[in-house]
Write a protein that binds this ligand. Structure first.
Ligand code: ATP
Length: 356
């Protein structure tokens, strides 16, 4: 796609304030047609607020939102298209189904809103229910379905009118972990088959990485990094992002002559890193190999060991510091063991010091 083609969604300089409180600040992103963007971040970072702005449930106090090239919100007052006129599909955490209506009537609702004739409605509802594996449940009430089935109904309702954009707000958080994993796979298949353009809000890294082409990591009302999942893992933009993604242990480092030393110990990680006398370095859990304790290498105490089926997950405390790291290991280790840590220098990620 050429860089000048209009995005399915284009958000620029978006902000929302409630009085003096800045809930969102200078948020910008593009979603290309057929792309899935995940908004990932801890509770309270503004994910849902951002989704509600795109949906038209809130109006921004700064910036613009375009959907398929049309401006649907402009804080300067030039435009505000109400939610029902944006024609988007939405899937919420609590399913938001009408209890007094049948499954088929729930799914038919967006088509009714668009004035689609009854015969075509019936056909499209049947197709949408078939797609989510609920063809046989059309006549039931939502209360006669399991949580997973109810969320499939919501999914069918979100796609039945073939909207230009589907918004997902933590759709799986009410389901138990096993079902959640199965539903992630189902949503991924559906999104792929239908070529859906979507924005998917979650605080679950695995869910975001499994479903999204791009992930916006949000912190305190801003996008801290927006990148493909592989880039986030390999090149987190800041110590904050690395910590939120649980990529390993971020340690303060001091330059001593030609070497870096960590947390005031004599551990040396070799040369490299940014300019200046202090920095932070990410020791990525997935790059660490365990071995014997050796002079001049970091070592760690084993705090916990957990069997995972394919090996062990060890929780280690680095060299008498307060810093902990989780490291996968094919071998069992005992609580209290001291192990040497080996990390290829090229796998370390360096960040400017927090206090710099
Ligand atoms: N009507 C409101 N008035 C004032 N502050 C609000 C209002 N609605 C939300 N907030 C605040 O805005 C911030 C962002 O809320 P939002 O629900 O978008 O976060 P979130 O990342 O979706 O969190 P969660 O995962 O817990 O839903 C929070 O600090 C919240 O307290």
């Amino acid at each position: 796609m050429s860089s000048t083609a209009p995005g399915a969604v284009s958000v620029r300089g978006l902000g929302l304030r409630y009085g003096a409180a800045r809930i969102l600040d200078d948020v910008g992103f593009e979603v290309a047609p057929g792309e899935v963007l995940a908004l990932l971040g801890p509770s309270g970072c503004g994910k849902t607020t951002l989704l509600q702005l795109v949906a038209g449930l809130l109006a921004p106090t700064a910036g613009t939102i375009q959907i398929m090239g049309a401006t649907v919100a402009d804080a300067s007052g030039a435009a505000f298209v109400p939610p029902e006129a944006r024609g988007l599909g939405m899937v919420f955490q609590d399913y938001a189904l009408w209890p007094h209506m049948s499954v088929a009537a729930n799914v038919a609702f967006p088509l009714e809103m668009r004035g689609v004739p009854a015969a075509e409605r019936r056909m499209r509802v049947a197709m949408a229910l078939e797609r989510v594996g609920l063809g046989a449940m059309a006549g039931r009430r939502p209360s006669e379905l399991s949580g997973g089935q109810q969320q499939r109904v919501a999914l069918a309702r979100a796609i039945v009118a073939e909207p230009p954009l589907v918004l997902f707000d933590e759709p799986l958080s009410n389901l138990d972990p096993e079902l959640r994993e199965a539903m992630v796979a189902e949503i991924g298949t559906l999104v792929g088959q239908l070529g859906l353009t979507a924005i998917y809000v979650t605080h679950d890294r695995a869910e975001a990485f499994a479903l999204a082409d791009k992930v916006a990591v949000m912190r305190a009302g801003r996008i801290a990094q927006l990148a493909a999942p592989e880039t986030l893992i390999g090149s987190p933009a800041s110590a904050e992002v690395a910590e939120f993604l649980n990529l390993g242990c971020v340690l303060p480092a001091d330059r001593a002559d030609a070497e870096w030393r960590i947390a005031g110990t004599t551990m040396s990680l070799g040369d490299g890193g940014p300019e200046g006398r202090t920095a932070q370095t990410l020791l990525p859990g997935r790059s660490i190999r365990l071995g014997p304790v050796e002079e001049g290498r970091p070592h760690a105490d084993v705090l916990r060991t957990r069997f995972r089926g394919d090996g062990y997950l060890l929780t280690l405390r680095i060299c008498g510091t307060a810093f902990e790291i989780q490291v996968p290991s094919p071998h069992r280790a005992n609580v209290g063991d001291v192990v040497g840590l080996f990390c290829p220098p090229q796998d370390l990620r360096w960040f400017a010091s927090a206090t710099a």
